[in-house]
Design a protein around this ligand. Structure first.
Ligand SMILES: [Zn+2]
Length: 215
């Protein structure tokens, strides 16, 4: 007996009769010619921060990797299992994407877990704890700041972690080389779930600003 949650089957039928019909030519082209997305997005698993929805993207436009709190680990060719690094390698070396965007978001549960140093692990493996230890030093600094409110600490670490991930992207030799040749751009963005605002990282200052809307 095959089984899929009913709401997924309903959604799929809706997709097939609506969007797929409208975009069937595009799907056929992509099947024949393969994908050639120009942009990779590294986003959080959070169900509220789907890049394809936020950037209103069609099939073949975005190469997306999602993990808890949209973190990029540093370059570590140690023979271990590195899913984000594998996706990055494929995007840069095979697809030759021109842009990589690290997109964080407000109210991120992974970031909240990193700030909550008293929380006990969700399971004996403590995979989230281990994963979030990537930004451990920054989390410690931010959580120790008594001048910020709880929500300010949360937003601060969400944005610091984006800068951290971009710095780690540059530790991958292929990324560093292509960026220095002007063939790859790295960007940071932060999506505010409650207002829909998108804040973009200023490359020079590292600050997050609202992009100028074209009239
Ligand atoms: Zn998140």
């Amino acid at each position: 007996m095959v089984h899929l949650p009913e709401h997924l089957l309903v959604g799929y039928r809706h997709f097939m009769s609506g969007r797929y019909v409208a975009e069937s030519g595009r799907y056929r082209d992509l099947a024949r010619e393969g994908q050639a997305p120009e942009t990779m997005v590294i986003a959080c698993c959070d169900s509220r921060s789907a890049p394809e929805v936020i950037f209103d993207s069609g099939p073949g436009e975005l190469f997306v990797v999602r993990n808890v709190a949209n973190l990029v680990p540093p370059y570590e060719p140690d023979g271990e299992f590195h899913s984000t690094s594998a996706a990055l390698e494929f995007a840069v070396q095979s697809l030759k994407v021109k842009n990589i965007v690290v997109m964080g978001h407000g109210r991120c549960g992974g970031i909240r877990a990193a700030l909550d140093t008293n929380a006990s692990p969700l399971s004996p493996g403590d995979f989230i704890g281990k994963w979030m230890s990537l930004i451990g030093p920054a989390a410690e600094t931010v959580s120790g700041s008594t001048l910020m409110t709880r929500s300010e600490r949360q937003t601060a670490l969400e944005r610091i972690s984006i800068r951290y991930s971009i710095a780690n992207l540059r530790t991958f030799p292929c990324v560093g080389i292509l960026e220095s040749k002007g063939r790859l751009t790295l960007s940071g963005a932060w999506f505010d779930i409650s207002t829909g605002e998108l804040w973009v990282m200023n490359r020079e200052t590292g600050d997050f600003e609202r992009p100028q809307e074209d009239a």
